[in-house]
Design a protein around this ligand. Structure first.
Ligand code: IPM
Ligand code: MN
Length: 358
C-alpha cells in the first residue's frame, strides 16, 4: 500500500467548490482498489490570502510544496486583485519553479455531452494538446518605460530556448507514438520570423528521430480553423505557451463546456511535483452558488492518479466521468440544474459500483 501526500491549493472562486469533489473521488478510488492512501495538506493561498498578507503565497511557499507527490489546484484569480498579480504570484511561479514544462490537455468529446460542432462526437474529437509551459510568450521578459507619458513603451519578449523547445517537441512525438502517430505543430513562422522559424527548425530536427510519426506544421490561425472544421484529422498537437493556451480553450469549447477540460502541468523527470487543475478559471460570476461543474477538476484528479502510476484508480475515475456524462446529473453549463456536490456524489457512487476486476 502506497502513501501519497497531495498538496491542495483550492485558490479562488469555484476552484474552492470543485476541488473537494476531486479529493472525494480520489479517496473513493483508493478505497475501492485498496492500493494507496492519501494524505492531503491544504494551503489557503488565494486572492483572499493576498488581501490579508500582501502576497499570494509565503516567501517559502514553493519550498513548502516541494516534497508533495502532487499538487492539486482549483483556480486562481478574483476581483480585487489584478489577474496579472494573482497569477504571477501563485500559478505561474509553480509551473516555472517546478519546471513543469509540459502542459497536457486532452480534448475529448464524451458520449452524452453534445459538442457545439454539428454532427461531431467522441469519434471525431480526440486531440491531445501539449502546450509548452515554462517559457515562450509567458517567460516574463519585458517592461515598461515612460509610464503615463505619450512616449510610453511596453515590451513583452517571447523567449524560446533550444533546450525548452526541443524537450516539449520530443515529449509530443513520444505521445504521438502511443496514439495515431500524427503530430500537428502550431507555428506562425510567416509573421514571427525569429521565434517561430526557430520553433519549426527544432521540430524538423527532432522529427528525424521519429520517422514513424507524420508531422504537419500549421500556422496557428489555420490550425484554429482546423479544430473546428476537421477535428478528426488531429491527434497530438504541440504548441508554444500562448498558442497552446488559446487552442485549448477552443478545444474545451468543442467538448461542449469549459466545465470539462483538465490540465496536467508535468515535470516528466519527476525532480519536482507536478500540478493538476481544471482548465477553467475561478468564474467569479458563478462562485458561491455551488453550481460549478466539477467534471474538469475530476478529470484533473484522474490525470493526477495516472501520474502517480495508479492506473486502475485513474481508470475507475474516467469510467465514472463517462458514466455521469451519459446519464447525468448535469450542472447548469450542461443544461441541467444539479449542484456541484450532486455531480461529485454521483461520481463517488459510480466509482463504488464499478464492477470488480480482481
Ligand atoms: C490556463 C489559464 C492561465 C494561462 C492563466 C490564468 C494565466 O488561462 O491555465 O490556461 O494562461 O496559462
Ligand atoms: Mn487558458
Amino acid at each position: 500500500m502506497k502513501d501519497y501526500r497531495i498538496a491542495l491549493i483550492p485558490g479562488d472562486g469555484v476552484g474552492r467548490e470543485v476541488l473537494p469533489e476531486g479529493v472525494a473521488a480520489i479517496a473513493a478510488a483508493a478505497e475501492v482498489t485498496g492500493s494507496f492512501r492519501i494524505e492531503t495538506i491544504e494551503y489557503p493561498w488565494s486572492c483572499e490570502w493576498y488581501l490579508d498578507h500582501g502576497s499570494m503565497m509565503p516567501a517559502d511557499g514553493i519550498d513548502q510544496l516541494r516534497d508533495a507527490d502532487a499538487i492539486y489546484l482549483g483556480a486562481v484569480g478574483y476581483p480585487g486583485v489584478p489577474d496579472h498579480v494573482s497569477l504571477w504570484g501563485l500559478l505561474l511561479p509553480i509551473r516555472k519553479e517546478f519546471d513543469q514544462y509540459v502542459n497536457l490537455r486532452p480534448i475529448q468529446a464524451l458520449e452524452g455531452i453534445p459538442s457545439p460542432l454539428r454532427d461531431r462526437g467522441p469519434d471525431d474529437i480526440d486531440i491531445l494538446c501539449i502546450r509548452e509551459n515554462t517559457e515562450g510568450e509567458y517567460v516574463g521578459v519585458g517592461g515598461r518605460v515612460f509610464q503615463g507619458t505619450p512616449d510610453e513603451v511596453a515590451t513583452q519578449v517571447t523567449v524560446f530556448t533550444r533546450r525548452g523547445v526541443e524537450r516539449i517537441v520530443r515529449y509530443a512525438f513520444d505521445r504521438a507514438r502511443e496514439r495515431r502517430h500524427l503530430l500537428a505543430s502550431a507555428t506562425k513562422s510567416n509573421a514571427l520570423n525569429h521565434t517561430a522559424v526557430f520553433w519549426d527548425e527544432v521540430v524538423d530536427a527532432v522529427a528525424l528521430d521519429y520517422p514513424d510519426v507524420t508531422v504537419t506544421t500549421y500556422h496557428v490561425d489555420a490550425l484554429a480553423a482546423r479544430f473546428v472544421v476537421a477535428p478528426d484529422t488531429l491527434d497530438v498537437v504541440v504548441a508554444s505557451n500562448l498558442f497552446g493556451d488559446i487552442l485549448t480553450d477552443l478545444g474545451g469549447a468543442l467538448q461542449g463546456s469549459l466545465g470539462l477540460p483538465a490540465s496536467a502541468n508535468l515535470n516528466p523527470e519527476r525532480r519536482f511535483p507536478s500540478m493538476f487543475e481544471p482548465v477553467h478559471g475561478s468564474a467569479p460570476g458563478r462562485a458561491g452558488q455551488g453550481v460549478g461543474n466539477p467534471l474538469a477538476a475530476l478529470w484533473a484528479a484522474k490525470m493526477l492518479l495516472d501520474h502517480l502510476g495508479e492506473t486502475e484508480s485513474a481508470g475507475l475515475l474516467m469510467d465514472a466521468i463517462r458514466h455521469v456524462a451519459r446519464n447525468g446529473p448535469y450542472t447548469r453549463d450542461l443544461g441541467g440544474s444539479a449542484k456541484t456536490t450532486e455531480v461529485g456524489a454521483a461520481i463517488v457512487e459510480a466509482i463504488h459500483s464499478a464492477p470488480k476486476t480482481a
